[in-house]
Design a protein around this ligand. Structure first.
Ligand code: PEP
Ligand code: MN
Length: 337
């Protein structure tokens, strides 16, 4: 911690600060400048009691932490990129992974048709929501366990690994029984009890960024997964809420290289929830590959105009195949397969 003292304080006021620093088992290092004095408090901020309370002392100007608040997700804890295994796929390795499928699982025909076609086009992981976090309680809430069963059927028929969202702690074991990856949605990105319940299933976790979440908060939410003995975490940028109305959200591609720098965990980009418009998804995917993402998560529907959720942003089956063709040279240029 760095403690900046106010100018013109008395010797006794300074001594009281140094005494408090020592009482909390830090070693004070005094730096006297021309205008003011700065004290470095040496000690591990993660194992010592915080010195932030000093900020309320009248003789203290400010207190600044020098250590990061997250530990296990940090690159400092794990230098190399970590990889996550889901079914027969590895996310975070040389292979660029494409997760694709409908926003919601609606029927056997809808899901199976989509699964076969996205696989033929090159997707490796099937997405589909069985429990849907809808803004309005009057909108389609998902098929629940029946939807999970359809996802399991699609996996059995196609060999694709499956990703689906977990909405409630009560469903953690049930969802884990059917899926290869648990998705934590933007609305639940800081639902810490849900994160802990998801982590404890032992399944890989894809953590979407909260709608108004700072990168540090996102990393700290991820820390809940790793600190609950689950090393298989992926961060997923899916757009944040800004003043812009042209798109549903604003895709923050700067988050990709930032998370890559700060963390060893794989990074996924969801351009569908971000743009909210199918015609923008291909360009956003190219950007994601160029920024160093490890995977994309794309919504695809056999008939988007009749989708039960998020129709405007879902690609058609042919549209997805075209996207995959266009993405190929970008994946190669990024040194991925
Ligand atoms: C989704 O993937 O369909 C979804 C609801 O995602 P998000 O939580 O990012 O809105
Ligand atoms: Mn959706």
């Amino acid at each position: 911690m760095i403690i900046v003292l106010k100018p013109n304080i008395t010797k006794d006021q300074e001594a009281a600060v140094l005494k408090e620093i020592r009482r909390l088992k830090y070693r004070p290092h005094i730096m006297r400048g021309v205008a003011r004095t700065v004290v470095g408090a040496i000690g591990d901020e993660q194992t010592h009691q915080t010195l932030e309370t000093l900020a309320s002392w009248p003789q203290v100007e400010s207190v600044m932490p020098v250590q990061k608040r997250y530990k296990l997700v940090s690159r400092e804890a794990h230098r190399a990129d970590s990889t996550v295994r889901a079914g027969n796929q590895v996310i975070g390795g040389r292979k660029f992974q494409v997760m694709a499928g409908p926003c919601s699982v609606e029927s056997e025909k809808q899901l199976l048709t989509t699964a076969h076609r996205v696989k033929a086009a090159g997707a490796t992981i099937l997405r589909g929501g069985a429990f849907k976090p809808r803004t309005s309680p009057y909108e389609f809430q998902g098929l629940g366990e029946a939807g999970l069963k359809l996802l399991a059927q699609a996996r059995a028929e196609t060999g694709l690994a499956v990703i689906t969202e977990l909405l409630s702690e009560d469903h953690a074991e049930m969802v884990a029984e059917y899926t290869d990856i648990i998705q934590i949605g933007t609305r639940n990105a800081q639902n810490f009890q849900l994160l802990i319940a998801a982590a404890r299933t032992g399944k890989p976790i894809l953590l979407k960024r909260g709608l108004a979440m700072r990168i540090e908060e996102w990393l700290l939410a991820g820390e809940y997964v790793l600190s609950n003995e689950n090393p298989n975490l992926m961060f997923c940028e899916r757009g944040i809420r800004t003043f812009e109305h042209y798109t549903r959200n604003t895709l923050d591609l700067t988050a990709v290289p930032i998370i890559k720098r700060e963390s060893h965990c794989p990074v996924v980009v969801d351009p569908s929830q971000a743009a909210g418009r199918a015609e923008l998804v291909t360009a956003m995917c190219k950007g994601a590959v160029a920024m160093g993402a490890d995977a994309v998560l794309i919504e695809v529907h056999p008939n988007p105009t009749e989708a039960w959720s998020d129709g405007a942003q879902q690609l058609t089956l042919d549209g997805f195949a075209q996207l995959m063709r266009e993405l190929k040279p970008f994946i190669a240029a990024a040194g991925r397969e």
